[in-house]
Design a protein around this ligand. Structure first.
Ligand SMILES: [Zn+2]
Length: 735
């Protein structure tokens, strides 16, 4: 053995030894038990470089996987990457913008192919980095969320939800540009300061401040703050206002959203034209009537009194204000500076508009999960996060699964173009012009349905339209058009524990590995991902996808601060590996960590854990090269050693079995350094402990150390035994 451990020399070599020998595949262990142990790797975004949070989950999951594999369980860690819908499309569009292009230059199929190629280029980077950390995942079973077989499973799930009556279509607000005929994700909306007028309107007995009098026809309520004593007698009452176009009667509701010091402290609630008002409406569904849209997708007024109809927003505002002024109902006009969303393409102000979208009824999906929590069939390891999960489940609203983007799985929804009225289409024609019009008008202008479909960017179909659910075009003899919305990213990732196994080339994988044993991930995505995996997994397969949830915390800097680029305290895991080795990175992240709580690390921790790797190496080197092999020792010390060694093994085993991973790591570290090295090696030097026992202890410790520091332990094992076909990774755990 070399005098010092040079991790740079060993890590890559060792990983290749495992990978070439197929030691990550459960199929390489025919003598393992029938009992399986399976973890689905939380799929990182395919085009993201790894950050310290990824290193955390890889370290923890790899520890559990190596431990259970060594215990002789049929062990699978299935890796993959996610398409990460909106985020990825957004990043890609920024790349396009650098070339002076945008998504509007492409039909959806072309755009999809371009993003696909871009993601594939980057996907290798992420997996290469996971390997550097030592991930013993079965790369032969790697899955990408948009692999055709995974997509097939996702579409089947949607059909099943639809068959069971759990899918419905309803209006939901989107950020819409009425000029470009498209909606935008939150990420894409630009914000700018705009000076407008704040109008105070006499609304029956109350005065209401608003910047948008033209949406008055879409009001469903007036709202005040529950603590505002000025209006407490109005709450729950109806107020009546006599406007030039007729009488309006609205309920007064109370909601914390209303600020007592804004305007008069009374707001009008227009759910279909303001996202905050939409949220207020959702909290008061029983108190108010269903709203109507008074601005359409072309930016014109609709469903309003004749004299204001079919005007664009600014004209409508002028007309309404004039009518109110003539009636003496404008109490005050004051300049008002506020931030509005704008279209990054044409700079027009974004109009929040209701768009028909697909929803899943969650109540029937939530109930079995609440039962599993109550009956302890489902355990959440993570400092009280079981209660948080319960709270989320109890308060979950129906799930909007429609996203108006290209990069995702297109909804298997079909509309009959011959029977459906008022389909709005946006498409790129042969001359590369974008056309935004009603389908019937486009056809009248001489476009064929095929041309429209091949250049299609999006469609907007009235919420009353009938539709058919089918993975492929339902019937050759009808002119169908497919919904252009794609699924929410979480809808496909919610199926990850079973879609990956059902899509496997190995016929038996689903039966063999489902349900999985534990879902390990960050607590920050508990409601988005973990909860939805439980709901959908149980619904589709009849079983919980896993019985244990292990939540790790955020990784913070040594002062306990969140890492951020602006603070300059971000730790790049690859730089740490370069400086101190992968084992040091893993140890520093995991040791003394507690499920559900954040973990602070700094340079000092990585250094200390590199010293630990060196300590193991030096101990092994001493024992194999410098030790006098004829020391018999004293009975008492020998017996005590045998007893304690077994106790350490039992303790680490128990801690890992109970998901006390940070503690197991600490036990191994402490006992190896401060008992084995500090006490036992000294005992042998002083002739008290048998050299054979000490040597045996090293072998046994290498096994215990392996899940935590796989590289240095394997490197020593190989130095001592020279058996690449029987590596430490495949050794038996003692208990
Ligand atoms: Zn625009």
């Amino acid at each position: 053995m070399d005098s010092a451990y040079n991790f740079k020399e060993y890590e890559q070599k060792i990983y290749e030894l495992w990978e070439k020998g197929n030691f990550f595949s459960p199929d390489s262990y025919p003598d393992h038990k029938d009992q399986s142990f399976c973890i689905m790797m939380p799929p990182p975004n395919a085009n993201d470089p790894l950050h310290i949070g990824h290193a955390m989950f890889i370290a923890i999951e790899d520890i559990l996987i190596r431990f259970n594999r060594m215990r002789g369980l049929d062990t699978l860690w299935l890796p993959g990457t996610d398409h990460a819908g909106i985020e990825t499309q957004f990043v890609f569009e920024k790349k396009l913008a650098k070339k002076g292009e945008s998504r509007f230059d492409y039909d959806r199929e072309t755009l999809y192919k371009m993003i696909w190629d871009y993601v594939q280029e980057n996907s290798e980077v992420a997996t290469g980095q996971m390997k550097k950390i030592g991930a013993s995942a079965d790369w032969s079973r790697f899955k990408f969320m948009l692999d055709p077989k995974v997509v097939e499973v996702v579409l089947n799930t949607f059909s099943k939800l639809h068959e069971k009556g759990l899918v419905y279509r309803s209006l939901k607000l989107v950020n819409y540009c009425t000029k470009c005929g498209t909606s935008y994700s939150e990420l894409e909306v630009e914000h700018e300061e705009k000076s407008d007028t704040l109008y105070t309107i006499q609304y029956g007995p109350l005065q209401v401040a608003t910047v948008r009098p033209e949406t008055l026809f879409g009001d469903v309520a007036l709202a005040v703050n529950p603590s505002d004593s000025r209006y407490k007698d109005f709450i729950g009452q109806n107020v009546e206002a006599d406007f030039p176009w007729g009488k309006i009667s609205l309920p007064v509701i109370s909601d914390d959203y209303v600020k007592t010091d804004f305007g008069t402290g009374v707001l009008k609630i227009t759910p279909f034209h303001d996202p905050n008002d939409y949220d207020v409406w959702q909290r008061h569904l029983n108190e108010v009537s269903k709203p109507i849209a008074v601005i359409n997708h072309l930016g014109k007024t609709t469903n309003v009194p004749e004299q204001f109809s079919n005007l664009n927003v600014n004209k409508a505002r002028e007309a309404v204000v004039l009518a109110l002024e003539e009636n003496g109902q404008i109490v005050k006009k004051e300049p008002y500076l506020h931030t509005v969303g704008t279209c990054y393409r044409c700079k027009r102000v974004i109009e929040p508009l209701p768009l028909p979208q697909f929803f899943i009824k969650v109540k029937p999906l939530v109930e079995p999960i609440l039962e599993a929590l109550d009956s302890k069939k489902l355990a959440v390891h993570g400092a009280g996060h079981d209660k948080i999960l319960k709270h989320w489940l109890q308060n979950l609203r129906d799930w909007n699964i429609s996203r108006q983007i290209v990069w995702g799985i297109r909804l298997p929804i079909w509309y009959n173009t011959e029977e459906t009225q008022n389909i709005q289409v946006v498409f790129v024609n042969k001359d590369k012009q974008t056309i935004n019009s009603l389908l019937s008008d486009a056809i009248k202008q001489g476009y064929s349905l095929e041309e429209i479909k091949s250049g299609l960017q999006s469609i907007n179909v009235p919420d009353t339209a009938e539709y058919v659910v089918s993975p492929t075009q339902p019937d050759e003899n009808v002119n169908w058009i497919q919904e252009t919305d794609t699924f929410d990213t979480w809808f496909s990732s919610a199926q990850w524990p079973f879609s990956t196994l059902l899509a496997s080339q190995e016929q038996n994988d689903f039966a063999r590995f489902y349900p999985t044993q534990v879902m390990e991930t960050g607590y920050d995505i508990l409601p988005f991902w973990v909860m939805r995996m439980l709901m959908i997994g149980k619904f589709v397969t009849g079983e919980l996808p896993f019985n244990n949830v292990y939540l790790h915390g955020l990784v913070r800097d040594q002062k306990g601060q969140k890492m951020s680029k602006s603070k300059g305290n971000v730790i790049n895991p690859l730089e740490i590996i370069e400086k101190y080795g992968a084992d040091a990175l893993r140890m520093a992240l995991v040791i003394r960590s507690t499920a559900g709580l954040d973990k602070s690390v700094g340079e000092g921790d990585f250094k200390a854990m590199r010293n630990f790797s060196n300590k193991i190496w030096n101990a092994a080197r001493f024992i194999t090269t410098a030790l006098d092999l004829n020391i018999k020792g004293q009975d008492e010390t020998n017996q005590a050693f045998i007893k304690k060694m077994s106790e350490v093994e039992a303790q680490v085993t128990q801690q890992l079995t109970n998901f006390k991973i940070g503690q197991a790591c600490e036990t191994t570290y402490e006992e190896f350094w401060h008992w084995y090295c500090d006490v036992c090696i000294e005992d042998t030097k002083q002739q008290k402990l048998s050299s054979d026992l000490l040597k045996d202890g090293l072998k046994r410790f290498l096994v215990l150390l392996h899940p935590f520091v796989p590289f240095v332990s394997e490197a020593i094992h190989q130095e001592l035994n020279q058996t690449p076909n029987q590596p430490l990774i495949a050794k038996n755990w003692p208990l």
